[in-house]
Write a protein that binds this ligand. Structure first.
Ligand code: BMA
Length: 346
């Protein structure tokens, strides 16, 4: 009897431990995971009867999280900036939600002053938020179009908290027109709040994420990194998730630099999240072409372990038409084996 009770106790305990581990596991996401991958694409407008997924091809499991970008919706384009039809995005969001998964959206919007792309850094932020300008009117229409599409996606959710909207990402860099060099923190925050307020008008049911990238504005100390993260923070009423974007450049020689930047940014994000009672995420990362063969288990996994409150991590896309532009391993490679081990240990 005693042995039986002991066995029962340990079985119950281990079940409890494994269940609670599953619930708190870091979710893993991949940009455009189900619309194309290295060497394949499903970018036709017509509906596909089944789903193919880069993550499934490697692990046999559906993605926890899929990233999509709505850049191009502001001009009523049928496809986003990477040729993904918005109709396909809706189709795959519905399937992802029905499987119980999550979706995170970003928006590489055009420059409303010049019509150039997101990387056209012609200054426009001050004009955008000035209600007496034409650019302001343009932006209002663009926000309405983006919000209407996001509302369509939000309505497909089958459970709570399946949709994350990541607005005006990587503002701490100087590569987007809403970036650090484009205007003041106040102007950036005004744009963020305006966008979010309009989404609220449409009653969009979503979580909103703020995600700076590299932090170079102030001194190279934890205080300098925190100051920059905090200065552009859109505010407690507007943000649910605080994250950061950070990439590994090159191969093994880039590891030290990646870890230094990632710690700098994640420390600042986690401190801000803690102080403001917000959730924490690693909103974008990756090592292009996975030039470190054990990148997932030896670089990313130990990094994630140091931030136990991170809820999800997303790696960028496997472009079907740019051979070296991939962040998730191809099936049947040594890197794929490493990735499977990573997913099991996450
Ligand atoms: C970048 C690259 C580009 C792409 C853009 C938006 O990081 O992947 O090729 O157009 O993101 O998805």
């Amino acid at each position: 009897m005693r042995t039986f009770l002991c066995t029962l106790y340990f079985v119950t305990l281990s079940l409890f431990v494994s269940c609670s581990r599953q619930e708190t596991r870091v979710l893993f996401g991949h940009q455009d995971d189900v619309v194309y991958g290295s060497n394949w694409q499903r970018l036709a407008d017509s509906a596909y009867t089944d789903t193919r997924s880069c993550i499934y091809d490697v692990t046999g499991q559906w993605p926890d999280l899929i990233g999509f970008d709505i850049g191009g919706i502001e001009l009523c384009h049928a496809r986003n900036l990477d040729s993904v039809p918005f109709s396909r995005m809706l189709e795959e969001c519905q399937r992802q939600f029905e499987r119980g998964g999550k979706v995170t959206l970003s928006w590489h919007a055009r420059n409303p002053l010049t019509g150039g792309n997101s990387w056209d850094t012609t200054p426009c932020l001050a004009q955008i938020i000035d209600p007496d300008t034409d650019v302001h009117d343009t932006m209002q229409v663009w926000i309405e179009r983006a919000a209407a599409f996001v509302a369509q996606i939000a309505a497909l959710q089958t459970q709570s908290e399946q949709l994350i909207v990541r607005l005006w990402h990587e503002q701490s860099g100087n590569w987007f027109w809403w970036g650090r060099d484009a205007g003041s923190a106040q102007d950036y925050i005004a744009l963020w709040q305006w966008t979010r307020n309009y989404m609220n008008i449409l009653n969009i049911n979503a979580l909103y994420a703020y995600s700076p990238d590299r932090l170079m504005l102030y001194e190279d100390t934890p205080e300098g990194a925190f100051r920059e993260t905090e200065e552009w923070y859109p505010g407690d009423e507007y943000v649910d998730i605080i994250g950061t974007d950070c990439y590994h450049f090159g191969g093994a020689e880039g590891t030290e630099d990646y870890l230094r930047r990632a710690h700098r940014q994640l420390n600042a994000a986690s401190q801000l999240a803690k102080e403001h009672h917000k959730r924490l995420a690693f909103t974008e990362t990756g090592c292009e072409s996975i030039r470190c063969p054990h990148w997932y288990t030896e670089v990313l996994l130990p990094l994630l372990r140091e931030y136990p409150t991170i809820e999800y991590v997303l790696v960028w896309r496997n472009a079907w038409d740019i051979p070296h532009h991939f962040f998730l391993p191809q099936p049947n490679t040594a890197e794929a084996e490493d990735f499977k081990t990573f997913i099991q240990q996450l």
